[in-house]
Design a protein around this ligand. Structure first.
Ligand code: PGA
Length: 235
C-alpha cells in the first residue's frame, strides 16, 4: 500500500523539515507496511530516507537550460530526488499543460529512471456522461505514456473530487480502477478528498493500491491517523 502526500503550494522549507522529522519518527516506530512518498514544494526539497521518499511536484524535461522559472534534472540530482508527479489536473488545467508536454516529461524522466506518479482524472461533466465517457477521457490522458514502464504508479484523481471534500463513491472508484487494471499492472492510487474518515474504505476497494492525499496530508498527525486507520486491516 502506498501513501503519497501532495503538499501543493503549502508548507515552507522549515515546516517541511519539521514535518519530515516527525513523519520519519512515526514510520520508524510504527513499522507500517506502507511506502510513503512526500511531494513538498520545490523550495523545500530534501533527500529521501529509508522511511520516506521525496518526490518533486513538477520539473522541466531537460537537465538544465534557458527555461525561466523551471527546475530540471541537475537541480533534482543535488537532492538525490528521483520521484516525480506528472499530469496533475492542477497543472493540466491551471497551468495549461498539454498532453504533448506531459508526455515529453514522462519520456524524459522515465529515460532517467525516475519513479513517476502519473495523474489522470475527469471533470464532472464527463463523470455525469457515464462510465464509457469517463473511460474514453481517461485513456486519452495516457497518450504518449508507456504503461509498462516499471517505475510507473498511476493516480486516478477525479477533478471534481480534488479539494472539494467530496470524494468519489466506492462504486465509482471500484469501476474506474477495474477498468484501469485491465491495461495497467502497475500500482493504482486513488486521490480526491481522501481523509481520515474515508481512507480505510477506499483502501479496501479492490485494485486500489494506495492514496494520493492533498489537504488531509498537510498536518503530519492527520496524515499519521490515516495510516493508522488502514494499517490494522492489513494484518
Ligand atoms: P485533495 O487533493 O486530497 O485535497 O483532494 C488531492 C490531490 O490533488 O492530489
Amino acid at each position: 500500500m502506498i501513501f503519497a502526500a501532495n503538499f501543493k503550494m503549502h508548507h515552507t522549507r522549515e515546516s517541511t523539515i519539521n514535518y519530515l522529522n516527525r513523519l520519519e519518527d512515526i514510520m520508524k516506530e510504527a513499522e507500517y507496511p506502507f511506502k510513503v512518498i512526500l511531494f513538498p514544494p520545490s523550495t523545500a526539497l530534501q533527500s529521501s530516507s529509508d522511511w520516506v521518499s521525496i518526490g518533486v511536484q513538477n520539473a522541466y524535461p531537460s537537465s538544465e537550460g534557458a527555461f525561466t522559472g523551471e527546475i530540471g534534472l541537475t537541480q533534482l540530482e543535488e537532492f538525490g530526488v528521483d520521484t516525480i508527479l506528472i499530469g496533475h489536473s492542477e497543472r493540466r488545467q491551471i497551468l495549461g499543460e498539454s498532453q504533448e508536454l506531459i508526455s515529453k516529461k514522462f519520456s524524459f524522466f522515465s529515460q532517467k529512471g525516475f519513479e513517476i506518479v502519473y495523474c489522470i482524472g475527469e471533470p464532472l461533466e464527463i463523470r455525469q456522461a457515464g462510465e464509457e465517457a469517463v473511460a474514453e477521457y481517461l485513456w486519452e490522458q495516457f497518450d504518449g505514456i508507456d504503461l509498462d514502464y516499471e517505475r510507473l504508479i498511476v493516480a486516478y484523481e477525479p477533478i471534481w473530487a480534488i479539494g472539494t471534500g467530496r470524494s468519489a463513491t466506492p462504486e465509482d472508484i471500484a469501476s474506474t480502477h477495474n477498468q484501469l487494471r485491465k491495461r495497467i499492472s502497475r500500482p493504482l492510487l486513488y486521490g480526491g478528498s481522501v481523509n481520515p474518515l474515508n481512507v480505510k474504505d477506499i483502501c479496501s476497494i479492490s485494485n486500489v493500491d494506495g492514496v494520493l492525499v492533498g489537504s488531509a496530508s498537510l498536518e503530519v498527525e492527520k496524515f499519521h491517523s490515516m495510516m493508522s486507520a488502514v494499517a490494522p486491516a492489513l494484518v
